[in-house]
Design a protein around this ligand. Sequence first.
Ligand SMILES: [Zn+2]
Length: 151
Amino acid sequence: MKQTPDLEKVQERMKPGVISSYGFLGTDDRKLIDILDEDDKKVTALGLTHQKIADRLQYFYEKAKHATGSWVTVDEHFAVYVDDVRGYMPCPFGDPGLYPKNYVIVENKKINERLIFSYLSIHLIREHGFYQGRGSPFRIDPEAAKRILEM
Ligand SMILES: [Zn+2]
């Protein structure tokens, strides 16, 4: 697929050291348009939507945000940890506003698997269908999200 100049600018902002030290693309050297397209198809094939995945991430975040820095049990077999806010950062797609720089861990104790995401990830998925590039520390694989978050 052909990438628009606007998306090209977004991809530049996603490189390490521009908005965040890790960046958003990991080791993925594909065009942003192709990353978005592949994940969009994956999510549809799983019978999910970006909205549903974002809502589920938000659900766990809301359950644990009052207790930053400690583990909170949610629905008996999930453990959720919300890190303290360490500053703020903008959305790389250029939306106004700033998002807290922190991370969230959701552990599913039934299957002993964890999902790690940043607070900004919820917005990136909901508004942009962006799950980050392969190799990014905060990439959310849609299939892993479905399995670990039981969707
Ligand atoms: Zn945005």
